[in-house]
Design a protein around this ligand. Structure first.
Ligand code: SF4
Ligand code: SF4
Length: 189
């Protein structure tokens, strides 16, 4: 059901009752109560459960393609990251939680690759700016969000934790290409 547009009248002259906020409080209690009893009836009867979002963790949802879980690195067929260690994601990250050490691949073109690539997930806020900054579609937001830990040190993820085979990220990559109207895979992909 589409949402209802509510216009807030900020300049309205408030009467005494309005200034006491009593009508708003009663109205809020009424709305909360209505949802509570409708939920209760649905829970007891097993029907009309439309107000239940999801019974996590027993129930799981398939997040939409726009969902931003933890950032991961795209892994090519040869097992290597697509990343060319340009550092743009590192610069774009507002929480400074990406740390890349680049090295040169042997060969005439002296291409670069990330010798180490770490993300401190305890600081990552899943904003997706790294994904936006990457010219290679090498770092993308995954559907993974269950990364809670009692130990902050274990939340520094290296390449072994971050690399995800490209076919598993196809939905997100297709979403990004449509979103940014990209033609397809970047060169060398
Ligand atoms: S999602 Fe945001 S905070 Fe997390 S690594 Fe990317 S840019 Fe940094
Ligand atoms: S922006 Fe992309 S290619 Fe550049 S270092 Fe980050 S992940 Fe690698």
């Amino acid at each position: 059901m589409p949402g209802e547009l509510i216009q807030v009248k900020r300049d309205a002259n408030l009467g005494l009752l309005d200034r006491l906020y009593l009508p708003a409080i009663v109205q809020g209690l009424f709305v909360t109560g209505r949802h509570f009893f409708r939920n209760l009836r649905g829970f007891v009867s097993g029907k009309n459960r439309r107000d239940f979002v999801v019974q996590y963790p027993e129930e799981r949802i398939d997040p939409p393609d726009a969902f931003r879980g933890m950032p991961v690195l795209v892994q090519l067929e040869n097992g290597q990251p697509r990343c060319v260690a340009c550092g743009l994601c590192e610069s774009a990250c507002p929480t400074d939680c990406i740390d890349i050490v680049s090295a040169e691949l042997e060969g005439e073109n002296a291409e670069r690759f990330p010798e180490t690539f770490e993300i401190d997930m305890s600081r990552c806020m899943f904003c997706g700016l790294c994904e936006e900054a990457c010219p290679e579609e090498a770092i993308v937001m995954s559907r993974e969000f269950e990364i809670a830990s009692y130990d902050r040190a274990s939340l520094v993820f290296g390449k072994s934790e971050l690399l995800v085979p490209e076919p598993l990220l196809e939905r997100r990559l297709a979403f990004l290409r449509a979103e940014y109207q990209r033609a397809g895979e970047p060169d060398g992909g």
